[in-house]
Ligand binder design. Structure first.
Ligand code: SF4
Length: 401
């Protein structure tokens, strides 16, 4: 079983066989219920590929899929159609939802604001513990119910008062052209953008992908090459490279998330190595989120992450010098609140996704000692709270785009 899966990593078409063999019910979207199949939509020729012989070669992520005419890629949403690389999910979504920005999670990016969130189908990693498999493992014809051009998404966010749009639920690297065009449309209207990603992208595609993004939450799934190979069918180093590149070469606001899985990536030794690398390469003021795993997809025999494990990892990270370390997917008011890196004052109190005490100026300065808090702040905190609200892109907005 393991050998087969590792082989799949290098032979994209076999991955499709693997996915198709998994007998799963038709997935439901983030809003519940079965979603209708998408009607015919025009195919969109992608931007990150070249020809090699009679193949097209994708240059978007480290897999570098080589596709003959008609073949689908590992991520399923890219296909060689008549000698061109096509993104089959351009302009199509699983649906839209307004979330609190803290749910991405981003704790230092316009706190309390609302973010219009959406995803498509497929993924370029193969995580056995995927917490969102109904979307990431789906063939797009099963779940893409909503036609949403980039300009319509930006206009909808503006109309609904969302501070930002998030490319999330599945990895936006695989729908890069759609995410980039949407981010540019948002920027033209003054709406911020957020990429929630595993950071599995090639150096030559990073610049174009992240240039229109205002913030990113990047998954650092573990700090072990073996973990990435065994449980994600991917490599660790490209993710580390992306993190360092975002931090050093861009103005994108960065936060990082590590899902702790009992017995897989939660040892004191691994957490210590991760924190040492993090402080040295990314700096001590980049927020780090340790979040709780729940058994899902192909890793249902591992137990849920105990709250004590998250608290221990957080203590380790703070002891290693990191200033802003959070716990997630558990109720932990202290572990989810923000303190000043200078004087230690409580700056943003959180109870779940609801803000309590807020002791920052409009520009993000500690009211007690005057030290700026790392992040993006503009005015008083938002009041969206913990609500989630499904949204449809209206026909008028689609027509007007
Ligand atoms: S983005 Fe998709 S098609 Fe491109 S290399 Fe990665 S898995 Fe293959």
């Amino acid at each position: 079983m393991h050998k087969n899966r590792y082989y799949i990593l290098h032979v994209p078409m076999l991955s499709l066989v693997g996915l198709q063999r998994r007998r799963r019910p038709l997935p439901s979207g983030p809003f519940g219920g079965r979603l209708a199949p998408m009607s015919d939509a025009p195919l969109h020729v992608g931007r990150f590929w070249h020809h090699e012989g009679d193949c097209v070669v994708c240059t978007l992520c480290p897999r570098g899929c080589r596709l003959r005419d008609g073949q689908r890629a590992f991520c399923f949403v890219r296909q060689n159609v008549g000698g061109q690389m096509v993104l089959t999910t351009y302009g199509r979504s699983t649906g839209f939802c307004i979330d609190p920005i803290e749910k991405k999670p981003l704790n230092h990016f316009y706190p309390g604001s609302s973010v219009l969130s959406f995803g498509t189908a497929g993924c370029n990693l193969g995580c056995r513990f995927c917490q969102n498999w109904s979307i990431s493992k789906a063939r797009e014809v099963e779940i893409l119910s909503e036609h949403a051009p980039p300009e319509a998404i930006a206009q909808t966010a503006l109309r609904l008062g969302c501070r930002s749009v998030a490319f999330t639920y599945n990895d936006p690297v695989i729908f890069a052209e759609y995410a980039i065009d949407t981010a540019r449309a948002c920027r033209a209207l003054g709406v911020k953008t957020v990429a929630v990603t595993a950071g599995y992208i090639r150096p030559e595609a990073r610049g174009e992908f992240f240039e229109p993004m205002d913030a990113a939450n990047v998954d650092l799934k573990a700090f072990a090459r073996d973990f990435y190979r065994r449980l994600c069918f991917a490599e660790l180093q490209p993710v580390l490279d992306t993190l360092v590149w975002i931090r050093r070469e861009t103005s994108v606001w960065l936060e990082v998330t590590t899902l702790l899985i009992p017995g897989q990536n939660d040892s004191e030794d691994e957490v210590a190595r991760l924190c040492d690398w993090f402080g040295a390469k990314l700096g001590t003021e980049v927020p780090l989120h340790f979040t709780a795993f729940h058994p899902d997809f192909e890793l249902r025999d591992a137990p849920p992450t105990p709250a004590a494990t998250l608290a221990r990892a957080r203590r380790q990270a703070l002891a290693a010098g990191l200033k802003h370390v959070y716990t997630g997917n558990v109720h932990d008011r202290a572990g989810q609140s923000t303190s000043c890196a200078g004087c230690g004052a409580l700056l943003i109190e959180r109870d779940g996704y609801t803000l309590g005490r807020y002791a920052l100026s409009d520009t993000g300065v500690c009211q007690a000692c005057g030290r700026p808090l790392a992040g993006r702040f503009d005015g008083p905190p938002g009041r969206w709270g913990s609500r989630r609200q499904a949204v449809r892109i209206t026909r008028a907005e689609r027509a007007g785009s």
